[in-house]
Design a protein around this ligand. Structure first.
Ligand SMILES: O=C(O)c1cc(=O)[nH]c(=O)n1[C@@H]1O[C@H](COP(=O)(O)O)[C@@H](O)[C@H]1O
Length: 270
């Protein structure tokens, strides 16, 4: 999917919501555990109830890898289900990969070719040759961790090197890489006060913004400082939506939470 197509979807649905599919078998309704594939059964119900309210889904691969082969199968079924039934929805493999170039190429193949995701999250720490293999894929997007939502972001990302914060080096340097037009960036919703500075460096790039909901980030602040003239934001909420209820009504309860965020977005987009 191109960024233009993503922007069109945002305008059409009046939503820039990304729903995180972080499935934890301890948190889903217990009756689903009798299903052949409880993770997929949960995701299918959530997708069926929410696809009209969001423009992206983001399964975090940790929640699938934790269940071994069964988890990976559920991830494959989930991405295939979205691509088949809702091809207009942008998909993010939240895998936070990145390695020497030779290895990154294989990670890129895994998520872009085998699983056919539109994008993957990548750590910038190993530099240019670890990220460019992801960028080489046409119409696929590499979402680079810039300033993350967690407290540990202050351990390295905001430290100064040559009188500039490390996350600013990440933004500026990555712009010089080959196929950098395929880059998007992660900025945590809990770091909204940094967004004005970030937009000075990357005015046009899409930002994936997790941390609204369970982590306490605020949608209004993120939009105030992070939105550009084509919106340029994907706001993710995972636990705050998918675990709204652990009873039979879980999918409807998730849709209600998603709708509340979408309605807030609709007002902002006016
Ligand atoms: O790359 C991410 O998506 C990510 C980056 C970041 O800085 N913070 C962050 O929370 N995430 C992910 O976004 C999701 C947030 O989940 P909730 O806090 O449940 O909404 C999880 O899958 C995190 O791993």
């Amino acid at each position: 999917m191109t960024t233009q197509q993503l922007t069109q979807q945002i305008q059409k649905k009046k939503s820039f919501l990304c729903i995180g599919l972080d499935v934890d078998l301890n948190k889903i309704p217990q009756h689903l555990l009798q299903e052949e594939d409880p993770i997929f059964a949960f995701n299918k119900a959530i997708i069926d109830a929410t696809h009209h309210l969001c423009v992206a889904y983001k399964p975090n691969t940790a929640f699938y890898e934790a269940y071994g082969l069964k988890g990976w199968k559920a991830l494959e079924k989930t991405i295939n289900y979205i691509n088949k039934n809702h091809p207009e929805i942008f998909t993010i493999a939240d895998a936070k990969r990145g390695d020497i170039g030779n290895t990154s190429s294989m990670y890129a193949k895994a998520f872009f070719e085998d699983l056919a995701f539109d994008s993957v999250t990548v750590a910038p720490y190993m530099g240019k040759d670890s990220v460019e293999p992801f960028l080489a894929f046409e119409n696929k997007h590499t979402i680079l961790l810039a300033l993350t939502s967690n407290q540990g972001a202050f351990d390295f990302q905001t430290k100064m090197i040559d009188e500039k914060e490390v996350y600013k080096h990440v933004l500026e340097t990555s712009k010089t890489w080959q196929n950098s037009e395929n880059l998007m960036y992660v900025v945590g919703a809990t770091k909204a006060e940094f967004l004005a500075d970030i937009r000075q460096i990357i005015p046009n790039s899409f930002l994936l913004v997790p941390g609204v909901g369970a982590q306490g980030g605020n949608l209004q602040d993120v939009c105030k400082y992070g939105m550009n003239d084509h919106v340029g934001l994907l706001i993710n909420s995972s636990r705050g939506i998918i675990y709204a209820s652990n009873q039979d009504d879980f999918a409807q309860a998730a849709a209600k939470k998603a709708e509340a965020l979408q309605q807030e977005m609709k007002v902002i987009l006016k």
